[in-house]
Design a protein around this ligand. Structure first.
Ligand code: SAH
Length: 367
């Protein structure tokens, strides 16, 4: 028998998010409806409502018998994300959502509308275990992986708002998804791949967007980069490099102590070879830390001649950070050096800064 005090030592069983339609692939959906005693053809009906019509209220699904609708909602479409705060800026074209999950964990997603396209930045984990010192999410550690449906529903929430004309600019669709919110997508590999499949599967099974519009951003988990190369899905791979030398990268991206710059770049070039997709190199510009001209030269040495594009991100200092963004003249010099060596480079826009929606600020602190 347990003695008083012993109870605390028993690990609490971590509850899992309820299973949702968006967790399931086509075969699993058919099996699920059959398990509920319904004919298999209902699966396509439900999927069409959810992914094609973007109607998230089963009570209004007139092609489903009225007496079934409530049961369908409860058993197949449980609510997973509760919006506890929506913040917008840029005239309503940037919208950040803070979501509360079934267990109280908080995650964020950001919708960004540009002329002619909409990008959604989504979270793959609650928190993150990668511990990069300049990133707000990294400071809080990892809470847990998100389920596939918890990731998918972040996109669909944005897709529905667009479909209903609720976002400045009128009706629209999500064209791009970037896994650049909270979490390390490669550390939740299975669910991230399933999410990509849900988003790219043609309607009615999925949202039917192009895999080319999806970017998976990683600190560089080499075995998972190799796995992704063999999936046969042409998503864009983004590597958060942030330093060309192991000495500095060991401190900025601690997983570098395990997978070195050379090794992770080789995995990237293999990815580019297999998929014919240009790899994106993310590089946060941190004043006097990684922005010296000699580091730009070192970076160019590593990248020249490869199928690659460099994205420089002005550092968003996290609260209490000892680091800040590079001086404009240092940023310009860095860009020029890369350009002169023939390496494609752009400076990332910093949409959503005012609403803490920009890179590295997705800490989901709610006060
Ligand atoms: N874990 C993944 C994806 C999430 S972060 C990754 O590391 O790639 C998305 C991008 O924002 C990464 O390149 C990350 O290094 C960058 N980032 C994090 N904190 C930042 C900050 N404070 N300023 C600028 N970029 C930051």
């Amino acid at each position: 028998m347990l003695q008083p005090g012993e109870l605390q030592m028993v690990e609490p069983k971590r509850a899992k998010p309820p299973v949702h339609w968006s967790d399931l692939n086509s075969d699993e959906r058919k099996a699920k409806v059959v398990e509920l005693g319904l004919p298999a053809f209902r699966a396509d009906q439900f999927s069409r409502q959810w992914f094609a019509r973007l109607n998230d209220d089963p009570a209004t699904w007139t092609d489903v018998p009225a007496e079934l609708r409530e049961r369908v909602k409860d058993e197949l479409f449980p609510n997973l994300l509760t919006s506890i705060r929506a913040l917008d800026c840029d005239n309503g074209t940037t919208v950040k959502q803070v979501w509360k999950l079934f267990d109280g964990a908080l995650v964020e997603s950001v919708l960004m509308r540009y002329p002619g396209r909409v990008t959604m930045c989504i979270s793959s984990q609650a928190g993150c275990g990668m511990n990069c010192p300049f990133c707000a999410t990294g400071q809080g550690g990892l809470t847990r992986n998100l389920s596939t449906a918890e990731i998918v529903e972040q996109v669909l929430a944005g897709a529905r708002a667009l479909e209903r004309g609720e976002i400045t600019g009128g009706e629209g669709r999500v064209n791009n998804i970037v896994f650049m919110g909270m979490g390390e997508p490669m550390a939740n590999y299975k669910n991230v791949i399933a999410t990509i499949r849900r988003m790219t599967d043609p309607a009615p099974a999925g949202y039917g967007m192009s895999a080319r519009g999806i970017t998976v951003s990683t600190v560089g988990l080499v075995p998972r980069i190799n796995d992704l190369a063999s999936e046969g899905i042409p998503v864009t791979l983004a590597l958060s490099l942030h330093a060309p030398d192991d000495e500095l990268r060991d401190t900025l991206v601690p997983i570098n102590t395990r997978y070195k710059v050379r090794e992770v770049l080789d995995a990237c070039w293999n990815y580019a070879d297999v998929t014919k997709r240009r790899v994106s190199i993310e590089y946060a510009m941190i004043k006097d830390i990684n922005d010296q001209a000699w580091r730009a030269e070192r970076l160019a040495d590593l990248l020249v001649g490869e199928l690659v594009h460099v994205n420089l991100i002005p550092l968003n200092p996290t609260p209490g950070s000892k680091w800040t963004a590079s001086r404009p003249e240092d940023e310009k010099a860095f860009v020029r050096i890369l350009q002169e060596r023939g390496v494609a480079v752009t400076v990332r826009d910093t949409r959503g800064r005012e609403i803490d929606g920009a890179c590295g600020q997705l800490a989901a602190t709610v006060s």
